[in-house]
Design a protein around this ligand. Sequence first.
Ligand SMILES: C[S@@+](CC[C@H](N)C(=O)[O-])C[C@H]1O[C@@H](n2cnc3c(N)ncnc32)[C@H](O)[C@@H]1O
Length: 257
Amino acid sequence: MSSSSRRHFLDSLARRAPIATAGLVSVLHPAGEKILANASPDSDDFRTKARAEYTNSITASRDTNISPKEAYDSILNFLSSNQNDGAESTKLALDVGAGAGLSTSYLFHELGYKHIDAVDWSGDAWRSNVEQTPSSVRFFELDDDSFFGTVADKEERKYDVICYNFAINPSKAVRVARQYLTETGVLFAPVNDRPEYWYKQTYYKFNVNGQVVQKSQADVGAWSVQFQPDVTSDTCIGIWCGNTNGFFAKRQARSGF
Ligand SMILES: C[S@@+](CC[C@H](N)C(=O)[O-])C[C@H]1O[C@@H](n2cnc3c(N)ncnc32)[C@H](O)[C@@H]1O
């Protein structure tokens, strides 16, 4: 994508008007992006119906699988070790590929982050599972690249923790860590074992310099890590990829590229 067509795409997102959807209110954020918030914004709790089970993934919508429970155990293992200093309630977390909100719930309830930006290009699983959100949890129906290019850049947001829930290339993990983490922040992601190879991932934790500070074993018990791929990639093949699941078509309809 050229920088001018990307700019056009981002500008067209920023001009979108507020809309109402069943059980949810879409409001226009000051930065101009669509946020889905629960209809009871005075709530101070976050609640989703989504549940995980060991070894199996569960279909939450046409676009979203809830990961096997091992994935959520790994989030806790990797992110509680050096983050749990009691100040999480004032820190800022980013949940990328938030799907049905179960990873958001782990960040909120188990790890204590109360200020969370949750991002997914498809809001279907969020709409059918998330029952309650406080105003400090914001959901953006955007792919990660568009989110960074609009909300995060405009608000000059830096995150104490970034949690990716889909497979990404090593280069994206390093770039996002360097650009969007606070000085002491960490980025956790299932990273492709080889660039553009979408069939096997390893968990990595990066610091703000893009250095690896922790890495999982190749397999977690009997569970081999294979995640839904990054829909913005044009190298992946399969039902979860941008050219087959409608993401590229949706992006083109929005922006004309
Ligand atoms: C394994 S599911 C996440 C489940 C979710 N974390 C939960 O706990 O309910 C992966 C999600 O990543 C989303 N996804 C894939 N590529 C994305 C991208 N580039 N930007 C935003 N979301 C993306 C998919 O739509 C899908 O919902």
